[in-house]
Design a protein around this ligand. Structure first.
Ligand SMILES: Nc1ncnc2c1ncn2[C@@H]1O[C@H](COP(=O)(O)OP(=O)(O)OP(=O)(O)O)[C@@H](O)[C@H]1O
Ligand SMILES: [Mg+2]
Length: 444
């Protein structure tokens, strides 16, 4: 296991296009880092540079304290699991997992010991003699991970490993990978453009846009304190609503009425002709269902609902609004870039499932004005971001991770404490413990 440090990493392909543009990112030993962003933003390119499958144009890639720019993939001892993890159909699960060890001519009893330990962690013990064709998709995924585990790699790298599974299995595998990563305590970098995966799996999430880092933070910080319009629109589903607004005194005038700001926030947004107010769907409520204590911290407005969708545990109402052409055009551009259809001049608000608000009728809504953000429409900058509050959220996530890894180690669940250190006393963190010649990728 090792930390991964990137210093000003640039990747220019042959045609000069900077697919990755000055990325600096530190991934701690044992951390689960997510790389997320729209198609073409450079996620796979960055991952492939970590592994060594792609040359680095400039910058330093440091793994476990050692600069690896000029090391071949097999000398880096990382384990990559691709979207299409190819298992050998004629081999048993046991032999599929043992494959890299066979390549490196590891003695039989050592192979047996390591495969058994890995299959224990992966709950594959009962399936070791079966063939991959007879396994479920999730079990196959675990076999591919088993192959990565027995190699005693310094880190796991995943490139959209779940993207070709159906939604239900994807959900199961997500939990599986998360649990495993904690138990193994292995540094993990995981590429996805699925924002649910990004929010649920990572200790921290790195949001990329056109080869540049936008924000690196815990999922909660990204959600509650996004740095800009891009991150705010990308993280969260349904996405944040963006309303045009102007400031009068300390009050924002929006299509959904006046929203009061405190003096500090008003000062931060003052001096701009037009603003964009970001309000997440769940900051709204059916005004008739908001209790008297809560009511004064928000504002109430009337609007006509276009469509309602009842989902059982909640309900969405769609409210169209008018916006100046400049704003409409900008929201359209943003939607296109985010691969989303939903950022239109229509707010999606989440209301209680018992609400009797129905389409075609005027209704009263309440919105929690404490939680809104105000953006500069020109630069996209979040003008009301509270950096300290954000840092606290990420600090909390870091503490949680340390505690979880310690807990996993204390209960003897990690492979790190038993298997990776091995009976021969070789240290799993030394950077030289991998079986030589066994560094084929997980998709081998
Ligand atoms: N071999 C290559 N030669 C030239 N340009 C490339 C090459 N591979 C990728 N690119 C370009 O680099 C950019 C980043 O590509 P990359 O594959 O890293 O994106 P990605 O974020 O993984 O996207 P996706 O979500 O679609 O997989 C894209 O604009 C792509 O066109
Ligand atoms: Mg990719």
């Amino acid at each position: 296991m090792a930390s991964i440090e990137m210093r000003n990493i640039v990747k220019q392909y042959g045609d000069g296009y900077p697919a990755v543009n000055d990325v600096s990112l530190d991934i701690a030993d044992g951390e689960f880092m997510i790389l997320v962003g729209p198609s073409g933003c450079g996620k796979s390119t960055l991952l492939r540079m970590i592994v060594g499958l792609e040359d680095i144009t400039s910058g330093d890639m440091v793994i476990g304290g050692k600069r690896v720019n000029d090391l071949a993939p097999r000398e880096r001892n990382l384990s990559m699991v691709f979207q299409n993890y190819a298992l050998y159909p004629h081999m048993t699960v046991f032999e599929n997992i043992a494959f890299p060890l066979r390549l490196s001519k590891t003695p039989d009893d050592e192979v047996r010991r390591r495969v058994n330990e890995a299959s224990d962690v992966l709950e594959l013990k009962e399936h070791l003699e079966r063939k991959p064709a007879n396994l479920s998709g999730g079990q196959r995924q675990r076999v591919a991970m088993g192959r990565a585990i027995v190699r005693q790699a310094e880190a796991f790298l995943f490139d959209e490993p779940l993207s070709n599974l159906d939604a239900k299995l994807r959900g199961q595998m997500r939990t599986e990978i998360s649990r495993l990563q904690r138990r193994l305590g292995i540094t993990t970098v995981y590429v996805t453009h699925d924002q649910t995966e990004a929010m649920t799996l990572g200790d921290r999430v790195c949001v990329l846009r056109k080869g540049k880092i936008q924000q690196v933070a815990s999922p909660r910080e990204l959600y509650e304190q996004p740095v800009n319009l891009f991150v705010a629109g990308f993280i969260g589903s349904p996405p944040m609503n963006f309303l045009p607004a102007t400031l009068e005194g300390t009050t924002l005038q929006t299509p959904f009425g006046a929203i009061a700001l405190d003096e500090q926030r008003a000062a931060a947004v003052r001096g701009r002709e037009l603003l964009l107010v970001g309000i997440r769907p769940e900051y709204f409520e059916d005004a008739s269902l908001v209790d008297e204590v809560k009511r004064p911290v928000g504002s109430v407005f009337r609007a006509r609902v276009d469509v309602t969708e009842w989902l059982g545990d909640s309900q969405y109402a769609y409210i169209p609004y008018e916006a100046p052409e400049a704003i409409t055009a900008q929201l359209r551009d943003l939607s296109r870039e985010l691969d989303s259809e939903e950022l239109r001049t229509q707010a999606i608000v989440s209301i209680d499932s018992t609400s009797r608000i129905r389409e075609g009728r005027d209704a009263e809504f309440w919105l929690d004005s404490r939680k809104i953000h105000v953006f500069d429409p020109q630069t996209g900058e979040n003008l009301t971001r509270d950096a300290e509050a954000g840092a606290r959220l990420t600090q909390m996530a870091t503490e949680d991770r340390v505690e979880q890894v310690e807990h996993a180690q204390a209960t003897g669940q990690t492979v790190g404490s038993s298997m990776l250190s091995g009976p021969s006393g070789s240290s799993g963190t030394s950077g030289t413990s991998g079986p030589s010649g066994a560094h084929r990728s997980g998709a081998a």
